[in-house]
Design a protein around this ligand. Structure first.
Ligand code: SAH
Ligand code: MG
Length: 232
């Protein structure tokens, strides 16, 4: 389940693995992004080679900017993978601490190595285990200014329901991959597994957009991010 990106599905291939923007516009924006620390470049390369679905460049820049505007000091991330987004958040917000959850053994190991090597690693607390089973540990560090959900897409509503209670009063919840490479708009998808996943994401989006306690906007950046702000 964790290696959701390479399912060999035709619809996925047709949708491409870049961005929801047209290719030229996407490359244009990407090329404007300044350089990054060598360790981040190394992680991007590792992710590409090992098919780890880290956030793509334009998407993560949008996420980091939201966090800067919000001036978040405590962040919960569901889905560490190799620690790329966690360490980039740590760099962007030097006073913030990031609690991040991962269940895949190999990725935990890679994340631990990168966290030790990074000069921002001290800001990151890695919780090892399934996000649906570590609520107590997560709760100990609450409240969180930002909750970033970037894990198994079929479980988004469960993550949201479990962790939204640990949000600070002005907090926001950001959910990644809500447009799933544009597949949410496709009705003819060959693979049953992908079709089911698309249906779950669509159900989640409908549920979230109509949630009485939150204002939510979906932006077509990266793989689609939903930004939810608690109503006051
Ligand atoms: N946020 C990362 C990418 C995360 S990819 C980045 O941008 O750098 C999604 C990760 O979520 C995968 O590594 C997968 O193993 C993990 N994951 C999926 N479901 C999970 C769950 N229920 N609990 C913990 N981790 C989960
Ligand atoms: Mg993602």
């Amino acid at each position: 389940m964790s290696k959701e990106q390479h399912c060999g599905n035709n619809a996925l291939k047709e949708a491409g693995d870049g961005s929801l923007l047209n290719d030229k516009l996407h490359s244009y924006i990407e090329e404007l992004i300044p350089g990054r620390e060598p360790l981040f470049i190394e992680m991007e390369k590792y992710a590409l080679e090992n098919k780890v679905p880290i956030m793509e460049l334009v998407g993560i820049e949008a996420l980091l900017q939201l966090l800067r505007i919000q001036n978040s000091s405590k962040i919960l991330e569901v889905g560490t993978a190799i620690g790329y987004s966690a360490l980039r958040m740590a760099e962007a917000l030097p006073n913030a601490s990031i609690v991040t959850i991962e269940r895949d053994i190999d990725r935990i190991q890679a994340a631990e190595e990168y966290i030790v090597r990074s000069k921002h690693g001290k800001q990151v607390i890695l919780i090892k285990g399934d996000a649906l089973e570590v609520e107590e540990l997560v709760g100990e560090q609450a409240p969180y200014d930002t909750i970033f959900v970037d894990a198994a897409k079929g479980q988004y509503q469960k993550f949201f329901e479990m962790y939204s209670k640990y949000l600070s009063i002005d907090g926001i919840i950001i959910t990644d991959n809500v447009l799933f490479k544009g597949l949410v708009t496709q009705s003819e998808i060959e693979s049953k597994r992908i079709r089911n996943l698309v249906r779950k994401i669509d159900n989640f989006n409908q549920w979230l957009m109509n949630h009485p306690d939150y204002h939510t906007v979906i932006l077509p950046v990266g793989d689609g991010i939903a930004i939810s702000k608690k109503k006051r």
